[in-house]
Design a protein around this ligand. Structure first.
Ligand code: ADP
Length: 236
């Protein structure tokens, strides 16, 4: 990769020749990819092309059959299961299509728990959780349980949880897939705002509108390979 007089942003994610096989199925078939600090990368492609597998590799939720994954220079292959869990807690935030909130906990505790898992005191965690809920426009929902929140509110709570530990990387798997179009647009606005203040994003989506609105770069996968990469002019 060329350097722009040495001023290019730090590489946050580096995949090198990543293969993943499930039995006979080649989910990833030699994927190499770099993501730099401040980028917003959308991964698209037909169902079954390997998008979720790719995200799981970067999150350290699954391991490649061959090849290497580095996040902030840390080779994930060198970490044992405990190391991977710690890596995820400290460096990666994840949001999902169906929010993955804990039903038995109010919004504030869903968010605060992410920091308590890293050893932050309950008081500090609740304070930061409240700040984030406030920034994301759902502070008045702090004592409500996920079941009584709208889809858009749930995703905001999930974004707050993902940001608790100031992750180097925010991963999103179809983050607007379960939302009506208005809530979807609001979550997209949120992702754009976060990226504009420097948050590096990697999202997986079927939705070209999400990709063109929120991403600065598009990576198209086909049959487990990178078929095309392109820069995007955001349409926001
Ligand atoms: P996408 O997210 O693009 O729909 P996936 O990454 O989920 O694609 O899947 C890629 C391929 O790997 C598919 O053929 C899928 O069936 C297969 N696959 C994914 N996860 C598993 C698994 N845990 N066990 C077996 N096959 C899997």
């Amino acid at each position: 990769m060329t350097t722009d007089h040495g001023t290019q942003a730090q590489v946050i994610v580096r995949l090198d020749g990543v293969h993943k096989e499930y039995g006979e199925t080649k989910a990833l078939d030699g994927v190499s990819l770099e993501i730099r600090a401040g980028e917003a990368v959308a991964v698209m492609g037909p169902s079954g092309c390997g998008k979720s597998t790719l995200l799981n590799m970067v999150a350290g939720l699954d391991r490649p059959t061959a090849g290497t994954v580095e996040v902030r220079g840390q080779g994930l292959g060198k970490l044992n299961e405990t190391g991977l869990a710690l890596f995820r807690r400290h460096h990666v935030g994840m949001i999902f299509q169906f929010f993955n909130l804990i039903d038995d906990l109010p919004a504030l505790d869903n968010v605060a728990m992410a920091a308590q898992l890293t050893g932050t005191s309950a008081r500090q965690a609740r304070r930061r959780a409240l700040e984030l809920l406030d920034e994301l426009g759902v502070a008045e929902r702090k004592d409500m349980y996920p079941a009584v929140l709208s889809g858009g509110e749930r995703q905001r709570v999930a974004v707050a949880r993902a940001l608790m530990n100031r992750p180097a990387l925010l991963l999103a798997d179809e983050p607007t897939g379960a939302l009506d179009s208005r809530s979807g647009e609001q979550v997209m606005d949120l992702l754009i705002d976060l990226n504009q203040i420097g948050q590096t994003l990697l999202m997986v989506t079927h939705d070209p509108h999400l990709a063109t609105r929120c991403a600065s770069r598009l990576v198209e996968l086909a049959d487990g390979k990178v078929a095309r990469e392109s820069s995007l002019e955001r349409t926001a």
